[in-house]
Design a protein around this ligand. Structure first.
Ligand code: ADP
Length: 264
């Protein structure tokens, strides 16, 4: 079984229980986000993150050139190094790869990123974000075969060699599909997809493939990206996707036992 685990980077995520569980294994790719570190570093550099809402209701960070520098420093630098070091402390060799390294994640730049501002739709001309179109599985397999854990995160690279920001949940979905993974676990700072985001007890336990589109209306804000990622992974051949909390003991096995929102 090849497993893809994505650990969230927003406040409230726990990394140690994830690394404790994954370090003894060698059959996974670990994908990471890092919004907390991006925010922290952006503030420290005087470049606070700005957000926009797309016409379809997806909330994204603005990715202009100045922000992309922060993303590279925070994700490909700080977060990835911390995860690789955390695995090293647990005696697992790991290699951190941004999507640019070895052409791992090839993306298409979004030409027409649009935001709703004061009720009007405007085009974001300076946007440097993209959508992953191709994953170099050969590079990942090389590492997996050598017992080295691949730790993968944004940004990605275009065919022309331009660096673009990509969403880590969608990266995880594309990596899982490309590897032929059986399971994708998206660990986050909430119990799963909630009917009422303010009520942790309102989790949706199971979503059948056929119902993913109808459940999308429940998922607003940043949860929407995870449901879109779940749909993308199922469409790409992944058998099961679980959105589950990172801050519980044994978060990966808990998720695989159904402790989250299971899409299958
Ligand atoms: P991470 O970095 O852990 O991946 P995100 O901030 O990207 O986390 O996404 C999780 C967040 O999505 C939650 O903390 C919550 O604020 C928000 N959210 C919005 N709608 C929902 C929903 N229906 N169910 C759960 N979380 C939701």
């Amino acid at each position: 079984m090849t497993l893809v685990v994505k650990v969230g980077g927003a406040v409230g995520n726990a990394l140690d229980p994830v690394l404790d569980e994954l370090a003894p294994r060698s059959d996974y790719v670990l994908v990471h986000g890092g919004s907390k570190e991006v925010d922290r570093l952006g503030e420290a550099l005087g470049r606070p993150s700005e957000y926009y809402t797309s016409p379809s209701g997806v909330v994204s960070r603005r990715s202009d050139a100045a922000h992309l520098e922060v993303v590279v420093l925070a994700l490909a630098g700080e977060v990835q190094t911390a995860i690789v070091a955390g695995l090293a402390r647990r005696h697992r060799r790991a290699v951190g790869l941004s999507g640019v390294d070895g052409g791992l994640l090839v993306a298409r730049r979004k030409e027409g990123a649009r935001a709703v501002v004061d009720g009007r739709t405007v085009r974001l001309a300076d946007d440097l974000s993209g959508t992953v179109e191709r994953v170099d599985v050969g590079l990942l397999r090389l590492l997996l075969d050598a017992g080295v854990a691949p730790v993968v995160g944004p940004p990605a690279v275009t065919e022309e060699g331009e660096v673009v920001n990509v969403d880590a949940d969608r990266v995880a979905a594309r990596v899982a599909s490309a590897l032929g993974a059986t399971d994708l676990v998206l660990l986050t700072n909430v119990a799963g997809l909630l009917r009422d985001p303010t009520d942790p007890g309102s989790r949706v336990d199971r979503v059948a493939r056929a119902d993913v589109d109808s459940i999308l209306s429940l998922a607003q804000g940043r949860m929407r990206k995870k449901v879109l990622a779940a749909r993308e992974a199922l469409e790409g051949g992944v058998r099961r996707v679980v959105i589950a909390p990172s801050g519980v003991p044994g978060p990966v096995s808990a998720a695989l036992r159904g402790g989250g929102t299971v899409f299958e």
